[in-house]
Design a protein around this ligand. Structure first.
Ligand SMILES: [Zn+2]
Ligand SMILES: [Zn+2]
Length: 291
């Protein structure tokens, strides 16, 4: 009888698509096709950033910030999964401030789409450069004609570094929201993650501040993680790369990119750390939302 019940349940589940309790709207509804834990209606409404208008910070609308500021930006670029609309703000609020850790796999899998997009962009770029070089060689020396160029190079991040939170925030929230997102991405893509950074002082809530205040506040907010074990892991990881000549490709992970001051400060600290080991690095950032 038990096996019959199990069989009937299985048949029933095959015949009718199961409904789910949506993590976003809370309704019991038809599940989304591409994301776990949410309904098809909520999936449909996600404001994905498919075509960033600012190539530097990945913003979906015109961006005066990147062109206005003359200062050197220590990252290659930022890419974000979604635009920070009011619905996305509500979701982030639930995750970050109301401690709904259950949302981490969903937000992490959304961040993975931004990773896929970044990867595709970098590969297109590499291919473009390779084709240009090939054309140049053909132009200058006909004997190179027909030679295979290295245009099929794959781009892959080498290391993920989550933006750290202060001890006080960690106690308050119980988890580091950026680290959870990096965990998901790391699991999906097999990219190692290391907490290379720590927050040196407790900055007050950034959301209540103006741009200039945030930037000034962030300048010295991060330092290399002094934990000997983390540094040892970093050294071991560097060893595994062997004699590779290309720069390290490091991706900073955070939940949101607002002015970019957090990312810039983190990137600066990572660069100092890499310099100490004599390693060239290209630093990128991936954030779940772009405001
Ligand atoms: Zn829903
Ligand atoms: Zn920009």
């Amino acid at each position: 009888m038990d096996s019959l019940t199990a069989w009937l349940t299985k048949v029933r589940s095959l015949l009718a698509p199961s409904l789910l309790h949506c993590l976003i709207c809370g309704k019991t509804s038809r599940p989304a096709a591409g994301l776990h834990g949410i309904c098809a209606v909520c999936e449909e409404a996600i404001p994905w950033i498919r075509h960033p208008r600012c190539q530097k910070c990945g913003r979906h609308v015109g961006c005066p910030d990147c062109s206005r500021s003359g200062e050197a930006v220590p990252i290659v670029c930022n890419r974000s999964a979604v635009a920070y609309t009011s619905v996305m703000r509500e979701i982030l609020g639930q995750y970050k401030y109301r401690g709904n850790e259950q949302l981490a796999p969903l937000l992490g899998s959304m961040l993975d789409r931004a990773y896929i997009q970044l990867k595709a962009e970098r590969e297109r770029r590499q291919q473009g450069i390779a084709e240009f070089q090939k054309a140049q060689r053909v132009f200058t020396s006909p004997i190179f004609r027909g030679k295979q160029s290295a245009s099929n190079q794959r781009w892959q991040a080498d290391l993920l570094v989550p933006v750290p939170v202060s001890e006080a925030r960690l106690v308050e929230r119980g988890f580091n929201q950026a680290e959870r997102l990096a965990d998901v991405l790391s699991g999906f893509r097999g990219i190692p993650q290391l907490p290379l950074l720590v927050r040196t002082h407790h900055t007050s809530k950034q959301s209540f501040k103006h741009r200039a205040e945030r930037i000034a506040d962030m300048k010295h907010a991060f330092a290399g993680n002094p934990d000997v074990e983390v540094l040892l892991q970093f050294e071991v990881w560097l060893e595994t790369l062997g004699k590779r000549t290309r720069p390290l490709q490091i991706v900073i992970v955070d939940d949101i990119y607002t002015t970019g001051s957090t990312i810039r400060a983190c990137a600066g600290t990572i660069r100092t750390l890499c310099d100490r080991y004599g390693k060239a690095a290209e630093i990128y950032s991936l954030t779940w939302a772009r405001s």
